[in-house]
Design a binder for this molecule. Structure first.
Ligand SMILES: [Zn+2]
Ligand SMILES: [Zn+2]
Length: 334
C-alpha cells in the first residue's frame, strides 16, 4: 500500500510502500477513501506535539470502509463505512473517562500523532475511535466533517446560545465556512466576520444574516450596535482578532476559541467582570459526537467546500492548506 509519511520533525513528505497491516485485538483495518488535511497536521509535520514517534503518517479526518476486524470487535463489520476524527481513542481508566467525559481523556489518542493516521491507503484504528458514516454523505464530504465539522458543530451546540440569539463567526475559512452553516441551521442570527466583498457574498450564501468586514469596520462596535453577541466563535488563528472581539460580547456573552495559535489572547479582568463574560476553548468531540455531526449535516444540507488532491500529492495538498488560500478544506483521495 502507498503511504504518505513525515520522516522526521520539519522534514518533507515521502511517498513509500508498506505491507498492509493486520488489525490486532480491539482494532479494525480501514480501507481509506478520503482524508482531510487539517491545520493541526502541522503538529505532526513540524514536530510541535511532544513525544511523536517518527516516521509518522498524519491525518485525523479519515473516511473509508472497514476491511478487516481484529479479535474482540463485535459492533463493527467489514463493509461498513466509517470515519475517524481527532478523538482516536480513550484509555477508559482516567478520572474523566470514569466520569464518562471521554472527550477530555487525559491519555487521549490522536490519529496521525499517537499512531499512523489517514494519509495512506489502509489504516488501523481502535474500535472506540469509529463513527458510522450515513449513506447519503460521500467520503470526501464526510472527511472534513470529522474534525472541522464536529469542532464547529459541537462548540456551537454546547455554547448556550438559543435560536434567535446573536452569534458571530469570526473567520470564513476551513472552520468558519462550516461554522456559518451550522449556526444558520441552528436558527441563530448569524453574523459572519471576515474581509472582502467576495467573502460577504459567500457568507450570505452559507446562511449568514449579517456580514462585518473587519478591515473596514470595528467589528466589536458593529456587534454592540446589534445588541452584543451571545456567542462569538473564533475560528481564524489570530489571537489579536480574538482579543478585539471580546468587546463585541453582550451580557453573559461567550468567546469560544477553536482557532489554534500559540500567541496569548489579551483581556482585562474588567472586560470579563462587566457583563459576566466568559472565554472558553473547545476541542472536537467523541465519535458519538461525530455521528451526531454527520447526521445533522445529512439532515440539514450542511456540506464542506473542498479541494481534492490524490495521495501522491500529499506535500502539495499540505502546502495548499498551509497557504490559507484553499477554498476551504483540502481532502486527499486514495
Ligand atoms: Zn483537525
Ligand atoms: Zn481517559
Amino acid at each position: 500500500m502507498r503511504v504518505a509519511q513525515v520522516p522526521g520533525p520539519g522534514e518533507e513528505f515521502q511517498i513509500v510502500e508498506h505491507e498492509i497491516p493486520k488489525p490486532g485485538a480491539g482494532k479494525v483495518r480501514i480501507k481509506v477513501q478520503a482524508c482531510g488535511v487539517c491545520h493541526s497536521d502541522a503538529l505532526t509535520k513540524e514536530g510541535a506535539w511532544p513525544g511523536i514517534q517518527y516516521p509518522r503518517v498524519p491525518g485525523h479526518e479519515v473516511a473509508g470502509v472497514i476491511d478487516e476486524v481484529g479479535d474482540g470487535v463485535a459492533a463493527w463489520k467489514p463493509g461498513q463505512r466509517v470515519g475517524v476524527g481527532w478523538h482516536g481513542g480513550q484509555d477508559g481508566t482516567c478520572r474523566e473517562c470514569r466520569r464518562g467525559d471521554f472527550r477530555n481523556c487525559r491519555n487521549l489518542k490522536i490519529p496521525g500523532i499517537s499512531y499512523d493516521g489517514g494519509y495512506q491507503e489502509y489504516m488501523l484504528a481502535p474500535m472506540e475511535a469509529l463513527a458510522a458514516i450515513p449513506d447519503t454523505l460521500s467520503d470526501v464530504e464526510a472527511a472534513p466533517l470529522l474534525c472541522a465539522g464536529i469542532t464547529t458543530y459541537n462548540a456551537l451546540r454546547h455554547s448556550g446560545a438559543f435560536p434567535g440569539d446573536l452569534v458571530a463567526v469570526q473567520g470564513i475559512g476551513g472552520l468558519g465556512h462550516l461554522g456559518v452553516q451550522f449556526a444558520s441551521k441552528f436558527g441563530y442570527r448569524v453574523v459572519a466576520i471576515g474581509h472582502g466583498l467576495e467573502n460577504a457574498q459567500l457568507a450570505k450564501r452559507l446562511g449568514a444574516n449579517e456580514y462585518i468586514d473587519s478591515k473596514l469596520t470595528n467589528a466589536a462596535e458593529a456587534l454592540q450596535k446589534m445588541g452584543g453577541a451571545r456567542v462569538v466563535i473564533a475560528t481564524a488563528p489570530s489571537s489579536k482578532a480574538m482579543s478585539e472581539l471580546i468587546e463585541g460580547l453582550g451580557p453573559n456573552g461567550k468567546l469560544i476559541v477553536i482557532g489554534a495559535t500559540f500567541d496569548p489572547i489579551e483581556v482585562t479582568p474588567l472586560q470579563l467582570i462587566s457583563g459576566s463574560r466568559t472565554i472558553q476553548g473547545w476541542a472536537a468531540g467523541t465519535p458519538a459526537d461525530s455521528e451526531d455531526t454527520l447526521r445533522f449535516a445529512e439532515l440539514s444540507g450542511v456540506r464542506p467546500m473542498i479541494e481534492t488532491y490524490p495521495l501522491e500529492k500529499a506535500a502539495e495538498a499540505y502546502a495548499r492548506m498551509m497557504s490559507g488560500k484553499a477554498q476551504f478544506r483540502v481532502v486527499l483521495t486514495m
